[in-house]
Design a protein around this ligand. Structure first.
Ligand SMILES: Nc1ncnc2c1ncn2[C@@H]1O[C@H](COP(=O)(O)OP(=O)(O)O)[C@@H](O)[C@H]1O
Ligand SMILES: [Mg+2]
Length: 485
């Protein structure tokens, strides 16, 4: 019978248990491949290993929504993507950083970090080119998004009137009023609602210091290369969101000034873990998603939970990356929003670190569904060199290489990571004495510390000199800096 085909009867259950060779659910190669000069490489597909290029010209819009549990790879993807996007599109990048996790990376990539609250703030009532009427609407809308002001219409009206009065008073002197003026006006009114409204403004002023009163951040600075606004030192989620909203309002106005001819991208705006403002329809995140394409603005929103991202953003983003999600209800939200085949529902629970389910919404009809699994985000971290200097000793390592070396010397993973985070906390520079003390603080003995220095390549003479100068109080220097810098 060899070589002949024969028909046979088979029950459907038996058939279902058999492996039938079929094409894995991935878009066609032509849809994923694009010239590297116009697109961004992110990795290969899981099954057919097709290289995947993010090409805004092929997608419905340039907005990207990234979801997944903590530690699943969201920020790593954003950093990788932004690093390449700056080179390919020569675009500016504005990162609104809720938790301060982009600060080191932005500095190491040659960008600028503005620490909101510590270094500067904005006057919420600075008109920035808007009319008084528009500005009042914006400020009150932010308060509605972040507090329960909309449940108290008369308080809302009194607050609007007080802001208007503040503009009239200050306007005579040609200056912008501040929230302090508004508080002053409200606190002099007799009505109960005015007292409540005054209390609302007072608590905001007390918790934020001068952060929303003194205009020290020049808004134009936000559009020059790679800029990170670090919001993490503001004391509450509400204040971080208020700052984020105020900056986005400015970004939106700036965006509306110029439409672009081609599909060029001028600015990427990153909102990572900005769930409070990404979940509200009135927020400018939604306005940027709706109008961004024609102005050359791309929004990247990352969040742990897909349900925290408003459906208007989630369902209309041209690109969705879903890393591992452990909650069945969140996966269901994802499945219904993107309407992908059941196959992915089973797979999405099994995703590993850095492995996302990707959904591309193509601008022209495609023969295959735009959902697939990426084998892994193929990343790019800036190389950071580590120099250990002291009494004639100069040793150099790449940051990750040092981590591996410390572990191979016998440090636990936890301690090796703590050593590296200590370096980055101190602007990549510690003295050798501090380095040795740190190891001793973790419970490692002097003999062990000496053996670590030896493993790192220091000579006996140099080690001796480090410890003898430490005794004398002089400090050898362990210095971390940018490679080649
Ligand atoms: N694709 C990847 N390749 C290599 N390492 C990764 C990848 N994705 C994430 N990581 C590492 O995993 C850790 C957690 O990733 P991160 O992006 O910070 O998670 P999230 O933002 O989702 O909380 C980081 O140390 C990061 O360097
Ligand atoms: Mg993150």
């Amino acid at each position: 019978m060899c070589g002949n085909l024969a028909c046979m009867r088979m029950l459907s259950g038996q058939l279902a248990s058999r492996f039938l060779p079929s094409r894995p659910p991935e878009p066609q190669a032509q849809a994923l491949l694009s010239p590297p000069s116009k697109s961004i490489y992110i990795g290969k597909t899981k099954f057919l290993h097709i290289p995947v290029f993010w090409d805004p010209a092929k997608l419905l819009n340039p907005h990207i929504c990234v979801v997944g549990i903590t530690g699943s790879g969201k920020s790593y993807f954003v950093k990788t993507f932004i690093t390449r996007a700056r080179l390919v599109f020569l675009a500016n990048v504005l990162v609104l950083d809720w938790s301060g996790e982009y600060v080191d990376w932005v500095r190491a990539s040659g960008g600028k970090v503005i620490s909101f609250g510590k270094q500067g703030g904005i006057n919420l009532l600075d008109l920035g080119g808007l009319s008084v009427h528009q500005k009042i609407k914006q400020v009150v809308q932010s308060l509605e998004i972040l507090t329960d002001l909309s449940s108290f219409p008369s308080q809302k009206r009194i607050t609007e009137e007080a802001i208007e009065k503040a503009y009239k008073r200050r306007g005579k002197k040609g200056a912008h009023p501040t929230l302090r003026d508004v508080y002053f006006i409200l606190s002099r009114l007799k009505e109960e609602e005015a007292k409540e409204a005054a209390y609302r403004i007072k608590s905001l002023l007390l918790s934020s210091g001068d952060s929303f009163v003194v205009q020290s951040i020049r808004m134009e600075e936000l559009f020059s290369g790679l800029v990170c606004v670090d919001l993490h030192s503001l004391p509450s989620e509400n204040l971080r969101s208020l700052a984020g909203l105020a900056i986005l309002q400015f970004v939106k106005e700036k965006m509306r000034l110029h439409a672009v001819q081609e599909k060029a991208i001028r600015l990427f705006v990153v909102c990572d873990e900005a769930w409070k403002i990404a979940s509200d329809e009135r927020s400018d995140v939604v306005a940027i998603v709706r109008e961004g394409r024609k102005y050359g603005f791309s929004l990247i929103v990352a969040s742990q939970n897909p349900t925290d991202v408003h459906r208007a953003i989630f369902a209309s983003a041209g690109t969705v990356l879903a890393f591992r999600l452990t909650s069945a209800s969140e996966r269901e939200y994802l499945r219904t929003s993107l309407s992908y085949p059941d196959f992915f529902e089973r797979q999405s629970n099994l995703l590993s670190l850095g492995q996302p389910l990707v959904h591309f919404e193509f601008s022209s009809p495609q023969p295959r569904h735009g959902t697939f699994i990426l084998e892994k985000v193929e990343g790019e971290e800036p190389l950071i060199s580590v120099y250990i200097r002291g009494d004639g000793m100069i040793l150099e390592f790449e940051k990750e290489e040092l981590l591996k070396k410390l572990i191979s010397c016998g440090l636990s993973d936890k301690h090796a990571k703590l050593v590296l985070s200590e370096f980055s906390k101190h602007n990549y520079s510690l003295s050798a004495h501090q380095f040795a003390l740190l190891l001793e603080k973790f419970g490692y003995g002097r003999a062990f510390v000496i053996s670590v220095f030896r493993e790192l390549g220091a000579t006996e003479k140099e080690i001796l000199s480090v410890f003898s100068s430490a005794k004398k109080g002089s400090q050898a220097v362990v210095f971390l800096g940018k490679k080649g810098g």
